[in-house]
Design a binder for this molecule. Structure first.
Ligand code: COA
Ligand code: AMP
Length: 637
C-alpha cells in the first residue's frame, strides 16, 4: 500500500524520483541492494537500480516459502474447457519450477540464453516462465493464437536454445493443435532451437520428432531441481514482442530489478492488494497483462493468482466471470472491456450474476483498450465495486494512468466515463501538438512522457537499440512517444482516445497495419493495399483491407475476400479478426506516397476529417466514402 495520498505520492515521484523509488525498492528483498537508484547505461538510457542483485523467481516463490507461507495457495488453474480446477501452493509451485529449471539447465540453458514459450493457458506456461527466471535465462512468450510465420519471426529474432510448447490449445470446444504450427515455424525459421519440450495434453497427442522433441512429463520427472541464479537488476528477464508500425514486431525488453520493484509497488498502490489476497487478470500469458498480472506481480506480492483457461462467454455461459470471482474469492479483477461487451451482448441484464456471491470483489480494473462510456455505465450498474479504467502498454509493463486504490486517500477522486483518471507515480505525462508545444486542458494531441520513465519500463528493443531510439524518443527528444492520442480535462483527468500511429487494437489485441498489409499484398491479384482498424461494437476495432487489383486482373470480390481472410488466419492468426476487404480504384496518399490511413479510418468511422494539404488528389476521398457506403463499411455504411 502507499501510505501517502495520491497527490503527495505523485509529486514526490516527480520531484525526487530517486528518493521515491529507493523507498519502493526497499519493499522487495534483494541479495544486494542497488548501489545507485537512477543511472544511465552505455546507450545513454536512464536505468534504475544499478548493481542490485536479485532473482525474480526467488522473489515470487522461494522467498514466500522461506517466510512460512509454503502451504498458501499461489496459483489457481481454472479451466472450464477441460473441467479442471487445480490449486498449487507456493511450496508446490517452487518445487516444479526448480525441477523444470533443472531440466532446462540439462538442455544447456543458462543465464542470458533465450527460451521461447508457445503455450496455452496451462500451469506449465507459468512454470516455464518462472523456471527461466530462476536460471537468469530470458523467456519470450509467444501468444498461442499466433500462426506459424509470426512464431517463426519471433524465433528468428530471439534465437532461443529451447522452445517450450504444448500439443494443443482449446478454444471454446475446439482443440487447436499447436505442434504442427510449431513444427512449421521451426521449418520456416533460420535460427533453429536445439530442443523443444512438449506438454502432451489428453485432448491431443502430438507426434514427437526424435532427437529434437521431448515429452514434458518425463523430462520434468527425470530432472533434478536446481537453485536460483543471482542476476543483476539490469539483466533482462524477458523479451515480449509487440506490434509496431511495420510488419516486423518489436522485442520489448524487461529487466529484472525495475520490473520487480514497479510491479510490487503497483500491486499495493494501484490494485489495493496484499499477500494472501486473490488476484485475477483474465488475459493470456502471451500478452503483457499476462506477464505482469497473471504471473509476476501477484506472486511477488504473495497473492494467489488465477490462471483462467476459458472465455467470458460460452465456457459455458456469460456467467463465467462471476463464477470464477465467487468460487475463488477474487479481490481484484482485471480484464479487457471487450470481454464485458461480449457478456453484455449475451446477458444484457447480467441475470447470471445473481447465481453467484461476488461480495469478495473489491475492485474491477479494465485495460487493453479504451473503456467506452456505454460499457463503463453498464458495468457501473452491474457491479457494486469501483470500475477503474487504467491505461498502459507492453512497453511500460504497468499502468501509466489509473485511479489508484491503494493510496491513503483512495479513491482520491471519482472515476469518470472515458477516462483512466490520473498519471500514476513515476509518469510525468504531457500532451504535445505536432510541433512539440505543450497543449492545455481539453486540447487533444500526442500523449508523451518525460524522461526518465519509471522502473519496469522498457530500456531497449531486443537486438536493435536504434529502433528503440527512433520509435519512442526521436519525435520529441527527452519525451517518450506513447503512440496514443488524448487530452487532459480542466481537472487533470486524462482521456486516451486511440492510437495516432499505424497500430490498431482488436479485442484488446495489438496489431500493426504493416503486419496485415504484408499478408494482403502477397496475394497474386493485389497490386497495392492498405489495412486500417475501424470501429467495431464488439471488438473495439477490426481490420479493414482496401485493395487495388493488378492491371488486367478481374478477381471475383467474394472469392478474393475469402482468400485474403484465409491468408491472414494462416499467416497471422484468427484473433486478428480480418474479415472484410474491398477493392478500390485508388488509395488516398500524400504527394510523397504515404497512405492516409488515419483519414480512411475516420471516413469508415463516420468521424469528421480534414484532407491534409499534402494530399495527392482530394477527390479520392469521395470515392472512398462512396465505396464504403455501397459496401456498408463501418459507420459510413
Ligand atoms: N489460440 C488460438 N486461437 C485463438 C486464440 C488462441 N489463444 N485466441 C483467440 N483465438 C481465435 C478464436 O478462437 C477466434 O477464432 P474463430 O474466428 O475461428 O472463431 C478468433 O481467434 C477471434 O478471437 P477473439 O477476437 O479474441 O475472440 P474470442 O471470442 O476468442 O475471445 C475475448 C474474446 C474477449 C475473450 C478475447 O478477445 C480477449 O481475451 N481479449 C482481451 C485480450 C487481452 O487480454 N488484452 C490485454 C492487453 S495485453
Ligand atoms: P498493448 O501494448 O497490447 O498493451 O496495447 C497498448 C495500447 O492499447 C495502448 O497504446 C492503447 O492504445 C491501448 N490501451 C490500453 N489500455 C487502454 C486504456 N485503458 N484506454 C485506452 N487505450 C488503451
Amino acid at each position: 500500500m502507499e501510505d501517502r495520498g495520491y497527490a503527495d505520492a505523485y509529486w514526490a515521484s516527480i520531484d525526487d524520483p530517486r528518493a521515491f523509488w529507493r523507498r519502493a525498492a526497499e519493499q522487495i528483498d534483494w541479495f544486494e541492494f542497488p548501489t545507485s537508484i537512477l543511472d544511465t547505461d552505455d546507450n545513454g538510457t536512464p536505468r534504475w537500480f544499478r548493481g542490485g542483485k536479485l532473482n525474480t523467481a526467488w522473489l515470487a516463490l522461494d522467498r514466500h516459502v522461506a517466510a512460512g507461507r509454503g502451504d498458501d495457495v499461489a496459483l489457481i488453474y481454472d479451466s472450464p474447457v477441460t473441467g479442471h480446477i487445480d490449486r498449487y501452493t507456493f511450496a508446490e509451485l517452487t518445487q516444479r519450477v526448480a525441477r523444470v529449471a533443472g531440466g532446462l539447465a540439462d538442455l544447456g540453458v543458462g543465464k542470458g540464453d533465450r527460451v521461447v514459450v508457445y503455450m496455452p493457458m496451462i500451469p506449465e506456461a507459468v512454470i516455464a516462465m518462472l523456471a527461466c527466471a530462476r536460471l537468469g535465462a530470458v523467456h519470450s512468450v509467444v501468444f498461442g493464437g499466433f500462426a506459424a510465420p509470426e512464431l517463426a519471426a519471433r524465433i528468428d529474432d530471439a534465437k532461443p536454445k529451447v522452445v517450450l510448447s504444448a500439443s494443443c490449445g482449446i478454444e471454446f470446444q475446439t482443440v487447436i493443435p499447436y505442434k504442427p504450427l510449431l513444427d512449421e515455424a521451426i521449418e520456416l525459421a533460420e535460427s533453429k532451437p536445439t530442443r523443444t519440450v512438449i506438454v502432451q495434453r489428453p485432448q491431443c497427442s502430438a507426434a514427437l520428432i526424435e532427437a529434437r522433441d521431448l515429452d514434458w512429463a518425463s523430462w520434468e520427472a527425470e530432472s533434478e531441481p536446481v537453485g536460483w541464479v543471482e542476476v543483476d537488476a539490469w539483466d533482462p528477464l524477458y523479451i515480449l514482442y509487440t506490434s509496431g508500425t511495420t510488419g516486423q514486431p518489436k522485442g520489448v525488453v524487461r529487466d529484472n530489478g525495475g520490473h520487480a520493484v514497479a510491479l510490487n509497488y503497483s500491486m499495493g498502490a494501484i490494485y489495493g492488494c496484499d499477500a494472501g489476497d486473490v488476484y485475477w487478470a483474465a488475459s493470456d500469458v502471451g500478452w503483457v497483462v499476462g506477464h505482469s498480472y497473471i504471473v509476476y506481480a501477484p506472486l511477488i506480492k504473495g497473492c494467489a493468482t488465477v490462471l483462467y483457461e476459458g472465455k467470458p462467454v460460452r465456457t459455458p455461459d456469460a456467467g463465467a466471470i462471476w463464477r470464477v470471482i465467487a468460487e475463488h474469492g477474487v479481490k481484484t479483477f482485471f480484464v479487457a472491456p471487450t470481454a464485458f461487451r461480449a457478456v453484455k451482448k449475451e446477458d444484457p441484464d447480467a441475470e447470471l450474476k445473481a447465481r453467484y456471491d461476488i461480495s469478495c470483489l473489491d475492485y474491477l480494473f479494465v485495460a487493453g483498450e479504451r473503456l467506452d462510456p456505454p460499457t463503463y455505465e453498464w458495468l457501473k450498474s452491474v457491479v457494486h465495486t469501483p470500475v477503474i479504467d487504467h491505461w498502459w502498454q507492453t512497453e511500460t509493463g504497468w499502468s501509466i494512468c489509473a485511479n489508484m486504490m491503494g493510496v491513503a486517500d483512495a479513491p482520491c477522486a471519482p472515476t469518470r466515463p472515458g477516462s483512466p483518471s490520473f498519471p500514476v507515480p513515476g509518469y510525468d505525462l504531457r500532451v504535445f501538438d505536432d510541433d512539440g508545444n505543450e497543449l492545455g486542458p481539453d486540447q487533444e494531441g500526442n500523449v508523451v512522457i518525460k524522461a526518465p520513465l519509471p522502473p519496469g519500463t522498457l530500456p531497449t528493443i531486443w537486438g536493435d537499440h536504434s529502433r528503440f531510439e527512433d520509435a519512442y524518443w526521436s519525435r520529441y527528444p527527452g519525451f517518450y512517444l506513447t503512440g496514443d492520442g488524448g487530452y487532459r480535462d480542466a481537472d487533470g483527468y486524462v482521456y486516451i482516445m486511440g492510437r495516432v500511429d499505424d497500430v490498431m487494437n482488436v479485442a484488446g489485441h495489438r496489431l500493426s497495419t504493416g503486419e496485415l498489409e504484408e499478408v494482403v499484398a502477397a496475394h497474386p491479384a493485389v497490386a497495392e493495399c492498405a489495412v486500417v482498424g475501424i470501429a467495431d461494437e464488439d471488438k473495439g476495432q477490426v481490420p479493414l483491407g482496401l485493395v487495388l487489383l493488378k492491371d488486367g486482373v478481374n478477381a471475383e470480390l467474394a472469392a478474393l475476400e475469402a482468400e485474403l481472410v484465409q491468408m491472414v488466419r494462416r499467416r497471422v492468426g484468427a484473433f486478428a479478426n480480418f474479415k472484410q476487404a474491398l477493392v478500390v480504384p485508388r488509395l488516398p496518399k500524400t504527394r510523397s506516397g504515404k497512405i492516409l490511413r488515419q483519414v480512411i479510418r475516420k471516413i469508415a468511422d463516420g468521424d469528421p476529417y480534414e484532407a491534409p494539404s499534402t494530399i495527392d488528389d482530394p477527390a479520392i476521398l469521395e470515392e472512398i466514402e462512396t465505396a464504403f457506403g455501397e459496401r456498408g463499411v463501418g459507420r459510413a455504411g
